[in-house]
Design a protein around this ligand. Structure first.
Ligand SMILES: *Cc1c(COP(=O)(O)O)cnc(C)c1O
Length: 384
């Protein structure tokens, strides 16, 4: 049989790359880590402790399973492009008007859309070092220059350095509070100083992926209230992936400073960016905040136990960054790659940080008491 298709053009990896925008050719890959299945297959381990992605080990509210059970009958229809019911639900939960709320396929989708809306080549973006990968990758995809402000030697925000960097100009500011991967947070006074140092026409993006955990830390600022009291355009991003236990379904949201700001994001996002299952699940999760709050309280308590256990190992050079989140950033005092690998071989998934200058650091999520113990025991064996 002869094919009606044209013969394939001789094509090499280098020639297709030459066709890509130069911004894309230079992009680093997002370090998403290995799946549980991949770790199981590679190392033949029975139990996997998933401590690499800051998921909620206690899962979502049972109300989510109930909502999803009825989904099959509706799978043939498009989801609500406006996510009306979900945005109303988020409005009730946050107290912000629905016209200023935008939802995304995870909050990472909103990070991408923000970059597409605001950045042209040469624009300056200011963010943290070490950073959440997408705070650097999406701006660079748009051709922006990314200025990264390092944490202090004590692994805290360097507020003076942030103010100095912002004085140099910025189109967009990606400020994760608390930060990922470090876990440190800005208190209200420090948050105000950084906001005030930003140019008056900068777009302030405050990424609060861990807000539900940070509310347990004294001094955590009310970002929406603080930002509402100043003139710059702003958006606060949150997610259902962490405390709400819905990482697999991909739902995040933003509270923007104005309906006009939200409207710009609506123009650029794909029309059905949050699928039907995700909309239903997120709305169901919001109907049971007590479930989320109980799991957050357990995680915060487990985090403190984990810190004490790690200190108790008495490993020379081991340092733990202050954390207002559901993870710890640990300076191993030695290269992270072999330790990360040895943990994988014992069925413990963590995240070895790859940014230059942080190759000695491991980020570990706070899991169940049993999984945290597995991590501590494995680490003791590896470092001991
Ligand atoms: C996890 C995380 C997100 C995004 O999560 P989604 O699953 O895309 O909602 C965004 N920012 C930070 C800092 C995160 O840690």
């Amino acid at each position: 049989m002869t094919s009606t298709l044209a013969p394939a053009q001789p094509s090499t990896a280098s020639s297709i790359s030459a066709l890509a925008r130069p911004e894309v050719r230079g992009l680093p890959a997002y370090n998403a880590g290995l799946s549980s299945a991949a770790v199981r297959a590679r190392y033949g381990v029975a139990h996997i402790a998933r401590l690499g992605s800051n998921e909620n080990p206690y899962g979502a509210s049972p109300a989510v399973a109930q909502a999803l059970a009825g989904l099959a009958a509706q799978a043939g229809t498009y989801p609500d492009a406006n996510a009306g019911a979900l945005r109303e639900g988020i409005a009730r939960w946050t107290g912000a008007p629905a016209e200023r709320i935008v939802v995304g396929n995870g909050s990472e989708n909103l990070l991408e859309v923000l970059c597409q809306v605001f950045l042209t080549p040469g624009d300056r973006v200011v963010t943290l070092l070490p950073s959440f990968g997408l705070h650097e990758i999406y701006p660079r995809m748009m051709g922006a220059q990314v200025t990264m402000v390092p944490v202090t030697s004590a692994l805290e925000f360097d507020v003076d350095a942030w103010c100095a960097a912002l004085a140099g100009g910025a189109k967009l500011v990606f400020l994760a509070n608390p930060s990922n991967p470090v876990g440190c947070m800005l208190d209200t006074a420090a948050f105000r100083r950084i906001v005030a140092a930003a140019p008056e026409d900068a777009v302030l993006v405050v990424d609060e992926a861990y807000v539900e955990y940070a509310l347990h830390s004294p001094g955590f600022p009310d970002a929406v209230a603080e930002l509402s009291a100043q003139p710059r355009p702003w958006i606060v991003l949150r997610t259902f992936s962490k405390a709400w236990g819905l990482a697999g379904l991909r739902v995040g949201y933003g509270i923007a400073s104005s309906a006009e700001f939200a409207g710009l994001l609506h123009r650029v996002r794909t029309p059905f960016n949050v699928n039907m299952a995700a909309q239903m699940a997120a709305l169901a999760a919001l109907s049971d905040p007590a479930h989320m709050q109980a799991s957050v309280a357990r995680t915060v308590a487990a985090r403190e136990v984990l810190v004490r256990q790690l200190r108790g190992l008495d490993v020379a050079g081991l340092r733990i960054a202050p954390s207002a989140t559901n993870f710890l950033f640990i300076d191993l005092g030695r290269p992270n790659a072999p330790v990360h690998e040895a943990l994988l071989a014992r069925g413990v998934i963590t995240k070895a940080w790859k940014e230059r200058g942080f190759e000695n650091y491991l980020r570990v999520s706070v899991g169940t008491a049993e999984d945290n113990q597995r991590f501590v025991d494995a680490l003791a064996e590896i470092l001991g």
